[in-house]
Design a binder for this molecule. Sequence first.
Ligand code: NAG
Ligand code: NAG
Ligand code: NAG
Ligand code: NAG
Ligand code: NAG
Ligand code: NAG
Ligand code: NAG
Ligand code: NAG
Ligand code: NAG
Ligand code: NAG
Ligand code: NAG
Length: 591
Amino acid sequence: MRLQSGVSVAAFAAAASARSLSDVCTLSNVKSALPANGTLLGINLDSSASIASVVYNATVGGGMDASSTSDSETYNYCNVTLTYTHPGKGDTVVVRYALPEPSDFNKRFYVAGGGGYSLSSDATGGLEYGAVGGASSAGYDALNGVSYDDVVLFGNGSLNWDATYMFGYQALGEMTQLGKYFTKGFYGMNSKSKLYTYYEGCSDGGREGMSQVQRWGDEYDGVITGAPAFRYGQQQTQHIFSSVVEKTLDYYPPPCELAKIVNATIAACDPLDGRTDGVISRTDLCKLNFNMSSIVGEEYYCAAETATSLGFGFSKTKRQAAGSTTSYEPTQSGKVSAEGVAVAQAIYDGLHDSKGERAYLSWQIGSELSDAETEWNNSTQKWELDITSMGGEYVAKFVQLLDLDNLSTLDGVTYDTVVEWMDIAMNRYFDSLQTTIPDLTKFQESGGKLLHYHGESDPSIPAASSVHYWQSVRDIMYPGVSSKESLSKLQDWYQFYLIPGAAHCGTNTLQPGPYPEDNMEIMINWVEKGVKPSRLNATVSSGTYDGETQMLCQWPTRPLWHSNSTFDCVHDKKSIESWTYEFPAFKVPVY
Ligand SMILES: *[C@@H]1O[C@H](CO)[C@@H](O)[C@H](O)[C@H]1NC(C)=O
Ligand SMILES: *[C@@H]1O[C@H](CO)[C@@H](O)[C@H](O)[C@H]1NC(C)=O
Ligand SMILES: *[C@@H]1O[C@H](CO)[C@@H](O)[C@H](O)[C@H]1NC(C)=O
Ligand SMILES: *[C@@H]1O[C@H](CO)[C@@H](O)[C@H](O)[C@H]1NC(C)=O
Ligand SMILES: *[C@@H]1O[C@H](CO)[C@@H](O)[C@H](O)[C@H]1NC(C)=O
Ligand SMILES: *[C@@H]1O[C@H](CO)[C@@H](O)[C@H](O)[C@H]1NC(C)=O
Ligand SMILES: *[C@@H]1O[C@H](CO)[C@@H](O)[C@H](O)[C@H]1NC(C)=O
Ligand SMILES: *[C@@H]1O[C@H](CO)[C@@H](O)[C@H](O)[C@H]1NC(C)=O
Ligand SMILES: *[C@@H]1O[C@H](CO)[C@@H](O)[C@H](O)[C@H]1NC(C)=O
Ligand SMILES: *[C@@H]1O[C@H](CO)[C@@H](O)[C@H](O)[C@H]1NC(C)=O
Ligand SMILES: *[C@@H]1O[C@H](CO)[C@@H](O)[C@H](O)[C@H]1NC(C)=O
């Protein structure tokens, strides 16, 4: 689907479109559009290293929206590579831009987020919107697939801070600043005329988007962030939590038992939202009203299989974590045990220290327990601890500063140890990766719009993690005003939506719920035409209600079905309280 610009086409565009792509996609036009050294503070261009070439009939990756994957359209664009250095530093940063044909250019700039430990290396995501897109090497060859976790340590105990800041927020901010300046010159736009600037990403891409809102707020007009992997110190360490629960309770549940607990929870809580459709649209009601002990004694069965276990944590499709293995699993059958339920309950309850003080929130009840998966040992014929690589690698590299891909053991590790790891990581990366600065004044004052969403049953990044940030922004930016006033002011520019049943940055095989497909269209209308959304358009793509459109409730309202076809968005104080956390295990505020 190609979006036509609804905005009036200025005279300049008519002039520009008279020129063809090959007219503008020349080295001399590229060089004439570059900022002289000193124009953009901290960015010195080596203009002799610029490269430009036309790419014809390209099929492009497209943005995050599901609808764009069916986009069969092809594009011609100018493929530009620029090289800059930070003055006095001697480093080299390569940035790539994809610039649409002058006749397709809608005065837009588009930045796509990456995932896992990778920035996006694809600059073409904006073409379907008539936007210039960009991507950065971040100074560590990210355009050629080098991942940040591969370069975060020079060696044991020796952190690569340059890569950390570049990955954290700087690479994208500089790429956008330079790209916007360059775009205007390239198409002959007046330097003061508006170039609508968008960001879209999920998972670490969501975190990257938040980093831009927090650090480069006046550069962006519309930012869409899904399931952000922010509050990095807590979030990444959290991937070890499920294993620590199993070790602490000394029970290693067969994966089938945990799957049964999840399935039975979904079945029990599905109707609480007023409609029986296989989806827990109100995990809060499930948390408040469902006693998981009632599952004890239910039978489970799973056939033997040879399975590939992925390193869970980020998008399973985007990056298969190093160390994923193919393993044999025997037939599993039995009855759900009290121990199994205790493990699941402790995981959903979240991390507390030995004084009982809460350190972090957790996945919503009914989310898959991916991090808790155990491993079959064929010689002992037992299920054993399987430390997820995402959590293990993070603790080894980022906390312990050891150049290892995994933690080999949890010997001596307690809940207090996990709290300590979070504390170390939060403090060490406070101004680089934590990405939870709650003061967004600059973004708001320059007219920025933020659309933030999160799958309610995300098994990787807890949905409550997003709720907590939204609450922090509201509290910090609107102190001392009525709750009604702060809500209405915030929703004018920052809207948050939970996606019922959805998993991590996508639909959930266990719950056939809705998923948004046209976020960019909504955002463009908001930014360029002033059409402020109040609900989020999402479509069901499987199950009984396949094809149904649901206009999702904006947080803090919650859905309540009153027939099989309609729901209301209700205010429910008790529900909201169940999503509200404090973290007394840390001595500093955790936003
Ligand atoms: C700008 O700075 C870069 C890097 O220091 C240098 O290579 C280049 O020659 C400078 N350009 C000009 C026009 O001085
Ligand atoms: C691009 O596709 C069009 C339509 O199929 C075709 O006419 C044209 O020759 C192609 N251009 C190149 C450079 O392949
Ligand atoms: C864009 O240009 C760069 C630098 O020359 C090149 O490495 C890359 O393959 C080009 N991309 C396409 C799609 O042609
Ligand atoms: C880094 O530390 C780990 C753990 O102590 C050790 O196994 C590894 O050999 C060390 N690497 C180097 C290059 O010294
Ligand atoms: C859980 O439900 C899914 C489908 O919803 C099914 O494929 C799976 O076999 C179930 N697992 C167990 C253990 O019942
Ligand atoms: C849940 O049920 C168990 C077993 O019936 C009971 O011991 C426990 O107190 C209940 N928990 C709550 C919170 O009601
Ligand atoms: C299986 O258990 C044996 C005996 O405890 C142990 O030596 C072996 O390392 C285990 N295998 C795996 C893959 O963990
Ligand atoms: C596991 O052990 C059983 C015997 O206990 C053996 O029959 C089977 O081949 C083993 N499977 C694998 C994958 O090693
Ligand atoms: C990480 O180490 C644990 C413990 O040795 C092991 O069970 C697990 O399979 C490893 N994970 C990966 C992805 O290597
Ligand atoms: C919702 O999104 C779908 C898929 O993009 C679209 O077909 C439909 O028109 C949208 N509905 C509304 C009310 O915006
Ligand atoms: C709603 O759908 C369920 C099946 O999912 C059905 O049993 C029930 O009768 C329906 N209710 C109405 C009012 O149509």
